[in-house]
Design a binder for this molecule. Structure first.
Ligand SMILES: NC(=O)c1ccc[n+]([C@@H]2O[C@H](COP(=O)([O-])OP(=O)(O)OC[C@H]3O[C@@H](n4cnc5c(N)ncnc54)[C@H](O)[C@@H]3O)[C@@H](O)[C@H]2O)c1
Length: 388
């Protein structure tokens, strides 16, 4: 009989839905011994929480997350609420001996993230940060090719993460729906919201970022508060660009904004190495582009007029995660990245192992985010302090 993995989820918003979908579909696609049981959902509005519970099949709904943490019938506390509450909930959940999942960014700052790492490591509880883009099959394939040595020594890393939803000065800030524009709740703007993803992916693929220098910009400097109606200064970064030097000697550029008209969730990276290059674009998520530099072709002279970039459709059963889904040539979607992340976590604990990215890994990304924001203030190069 399947072992139960009893879930207490905090947050019924965007991420609450992606996580709930992953819990519900896990055993349909992955051979896990554990079966998630949706015990409780928690959120601010009691009616919305109740409606979410009814829709997704949670046994009950709450408006105080402590009730989930104190419940001995819950094994996992999953934090899918705004960034300002990750720290307090994670500390309490670890103290209660629960497994803890946290959405990204792990915390508002490095000090909080360090405490969270200490809490889960002292309690000895399995933990995970939902940096789900690692679980896009094309990005996992990029990691595989890098580990196989297919692109050789890296010289360049180039990341962009562009959106366009805050261009109008009439968009208010704060409150339940627009907390991302309130630095007290979000910690930062695009740096923690979007670049945190790019940084996690970059360090997974290309190793630690050693130092950074950054420029941030706030284009709309005052906005009405969504709850109080008062016009207040905007304290988040609307755009951020930074240069990075990796511990392996390669250099990188990172650019993020919510002011790139026409771009909705344009998340790309390119890596250039001595023996090859890789390119990924989330708007075509099933493709990984790969250029392989070949000096010799199995005894034949190199046909340089037929060399070029390969656009790999990552839907074969040999590609990461794809043996769990459909037939070659058919795609999976955004929601499956969360399902893949959950499956990796559950199968790892079943083997007695821990999965990545855990809180310690999330702390490294937090270190880079904080260094970026510090550099944007001082204009100087800042050492990240990322563990090498
Ligand atoms: N991994 C990703 O790709 C990704 C994408 C979007 C958001 N996120 C992260 O997920 C988290 C949630 O973002 P979202 O887009 O789902 O937000 P959202 O605004 O859609 O939902 C937030 C939820 O948190 C609840 N909440 C707020 N304060 C609370 C409190 N004190 N106690 C209990 N519940 C509370 C709200 O009721 C709501 O249900 C953030 O940390 C965000 O950075 C990650």
């Amino acid at each position: 009989m399947a072992k139960e993995l009893r879930i207490g989820l905090i947050g019924y918003g965007f991420m609450g839905r992606t996580h709930s979908n992953a819990y519900k579909r896990l055993n349909d696609f992955f051979p896990c011994e554990h079966r998630p049981v949706l015990k409780a959902i928690c959120g601010i509005d009691p009616e919305k929480a109740q409606a979410f519970a009814a829709n997704w099949g949670y046994e009950r709904s709450e408006t105080d997350w402590r009730k989930l943490v104190d419940d001995p019938g819950i094994d996992v506390i999953d934090i899918a609420a705004p960034n300002s509450v990750h720290h307090e909930i994670a500390l309490a959940a670890a103290k209660a001996g629960k497994m803890v999942f946290s959405e990204k960014p792990l915390a508002l700052n490095v000090a909080q993230a360090e405490e969270m790492v200490r809490a889960v490591e002292e309690a000895g509880v399995p933990n995970m940060v939902w940096y789900n883009y690692r679980r896009v099959p094309a990005i996992s394939l990029a990691k595989q090719l890098i580990d196989e040595g297919r692109i050789g020594k890296t010289f360049h890393y180039r990341a962009t993460y562009l959106q366009d939803w805050t261009i109008s000065p009439d968009v208010p800030q704060g409150g339940d729906a627009l907390w991302r524009l309130d630095a007290a709740v979000a910690g930062s703007g695009v740096t923690g919201d979007l670049l945190a993803h790019s940084i996690d992916t970059a360090m997974w693929l290309n190793g630690p970022i050693a130092r950074v220098t950054a420029k941030t910009k706030t284009f709309v400097t005052q906005r009405q508060h969504a709850v109080t109606g008062k016009v207040q200064p905007v304290t988040i970064d609307d755009a951020c660009m930074f240069l990075a030097e990796f511990a392996n000697g390669s250099i990188g550029t990172f650019e993020s904004t919510r002011y790139a008209r026409g771009r909705k969730n344009f998340n790309t990276f390119e890596m250039n190495g001595a023996d090859g290059s890789l390119y990924f674009d989330l708007e075509e998520p099933e493709y990984l582009q790969f250029f392989e530099y070949m000096q010799k072709q199995s005894g034949k002279k190199l046909e340089s007029h037929t060399t070029g970039w390969r656009k790999i459709h990552t839907t074969n059963s040999e590609h990461p995660y794809m043996d769990r889904y459909w037939v070659p040539g058919t795609c999976i979607g955004y929601e499956h990245t969360f399902l893949n992340a959950l499956a990796d976590f559950v199968m790892a604990i079943e083997r007695g192992e821990r999965t990545q990215p855990d809180f310690r890994s999330g702390l490294q990304t937090q270190r880079v985010c904080d260094a970026v924001l510090e550099s944007a203030k001082s204009g100087a190069w800042v050492e990240t302090g990322v563990e090498v």
